[in-house]
Write a protein that binds this ligand. Sequence first.
Ligand code: HDD
Length: 744
Amino acid sequence: MTETTEQHETTGQRKTDTGPHRAPAHVHADQRDGTAREDDKQRQLDGFRVGAEGATLTTDQGVPVAHDDDSLKAGERGPTLMEDFQLREKLTHFDHERIPERVVHARGAGAYGYFELYDSLAEYTRASLFTKTGVRTPVFVRFSTVGGSRGSADTVRDVRGFAVKFYTDEGNFDLVGNNMPVFFIQDGMKFPDFVHAVKPEPHNEIPQASSAHDTLWDFVWQQPETMHMMMWLMSDRAVPRSFRMMQGFGVHTFRLVDAQGRATFVKFHWLPRLGVHSLAWDEAQQVAGADPDFNRRDLWDSIEAGHFPEWELGLQLISEDEARALDVDLLDPTKLVPEERVPLRIVGRMVLDRNPENFFAETEQAAFHLGNLVPGIDVSEDPLLQARLFSYLDTQLIRLGGPNFAQIPVNRPVADVHNNQRDGYHQMRVHQGESSYERNTVGGGRPAQADPSVGYDSAPVNVEGTKLRRRAGSFSDHYTQAALFWRSMSEVEQEHIAAAFGFELGKVGRVEIREGVLEHIARVDTGLAERVGSWIGLKPPEAEPVGPLTASRALSQRHRPGDGSLCARKIAVLAADGLSGASFEHVRRELAELGADVEIVAPHAGEVSSEDSAGPAKPLTAAHSLLTAKSVIFDAVLVADGRRSTDVLRARPDVAEFLRQAYRHGKAIGVWGSGRDVLAAARLNGEQRDAAVGHGAGTPAEEGVLVADGSAAEDAALSEFTAAFGAAVGRHRAWDRTLPAKTV
Ligand code: HDD
């Protein structure tokens, strides 16, 4: 233990908490010009960070260990002695190294950063985080899947958790949301049922991290309030390309409360700078095998590379009067308020600029709680939200082993903590003084209750009613918004939704469940039910269409393309010995300048020989062989020029498959010089490709397929090609190319 840690642990939350400051490793100097607040959390964590530089191995008691390879035995070949305290301590610690995984959202990845307010909401709330413009409030964010175990794959079809902990100067505020704006159920009473239904089935614990099984769809059949959320779950939103490319939503309606106690309903939205982008379902399934850590790795790598993920925070602010005029009940978490009806007010941005240093200590031990509220922010009467207020604190008690988990470094507020909550497992603070109760005279009346002007106060909401167990009548329409979502989708998105229903119901064994769900789908849209029915061999029943027939453009991912930048997009360059080094370097440099991560994939990893017109040139390095790199882990593919290289590539079936797969998944494909021959040999789409090859530099032969003519030796032509290719990658996919009518 370092001196700093020792000092920290005995001084608790006093000002000495903020140990020696170390600049976050990956934050550029010019991005550190905010107020000091941004660094408060990192300074606090510094006091807990322990490095091993120059250290000697010791026991937990600090006793130096000189021999760590053998246990203490009675004779060289004799039994191990009970008195071997080194062995016992080592094994005991190891035996207890696991804590229960989260009962939902077990698999996740987190990062630190800051939230910066640029539009004050002082007219609505007294929360300092939403009133002091320019201030950077530190945050820790954890993204997650919901159903899978801690070791499950990232790219499964699922909702993604989007939990943000704001370390404000008034205490921690947690916004524990998802990447979808609605939820499966309306009342927390059904949460354990829903989770039991979606998790692996109890008799054989199959399937892992998948909703495609009987019990989940049985639940859907029996509980049609799920229908709106099931539309989202069957959509591309459930297979995000990257955590950096997801929207986030607080889901419930909350309240902002001003100093006079006036409350305004609020819904929180996070908008990714890179736009909202997804994987193709076929691709997502393959990535789960090729790189189960795909989303986690992407988050980590982009932060390490300095491409800091960024979101804007948008709020829908709704007064009590406006709420009454809406045609949805704001307390129903299966409903959203279309942005066309209540536009977003963009108030700030969140940037994630630092990876945790230890997964267990920080990400695994992070404890979020919907009830972590700060003055000026309050909950609503949404019955799902109300149940959550109980569940989060409760679950942390078992998961983190006692009531002192708020003292774990990642969970500690940067605001001072003083109260009379004492003792319990793992108390880290040494409280001084004789009193541990409030009100007291023995301890000088301290800690004293805060002045009402700074203390937390609930919104003075009028509540009265008769005790009853009943669902509000205003919650009863389960189909209109599901239909709104369907009608708002582009042709490609609709195609994916229909196929997803077909896939999931196709995995359901009981025909009565398929039929029951198809009836619900028919009530959403008969055309959709026809398409799903054709996948599962059932004729859908007749159903009246729900009305009114409206659409919300804002619900379609197509309307959120993002800024088109290539931040940490992964591009594979197919090449073999003899590639044209100069043109490769030219293309690589220009794409890297746009932020892309360009890697050579060759028949073998390691050194690849290169040539230019004068003969052999400086060898290049292949990051992957064709064995370790599948097309699915890249965003786009290029085939490099170089006759010797392309002669090898065009004869290889794995290269053809690489290109065909990228093509099927709508990815940008670019070839220059003799790379054209490899594209032709791959016959991406039957014979069609042969005819298409032969356009000028940067001219798309087809959407997202770019071919540079000749040897593309002239720099200008190659730059034109690279720019056009970069733009295609920035558009994420040529999705229309993948529509069934357009593929053979
Ligand atoms: Fe929950 C974890 C989001 C409904 C009970 N939830 C959890 C996490 C997220 C959400 C992002 C992971 C936090 C982390 O990264 O550690 N949950 C939601 C959203 C919901 C929702 C957006 C609906 C709008 N949850 C919900 C209900 C209940 C819970 C109705 C129970 C009544 N959720 C939990 C939990 C978890 C949890 C059991 C598991 C681990 C944890 O809390 O810390 O308490």
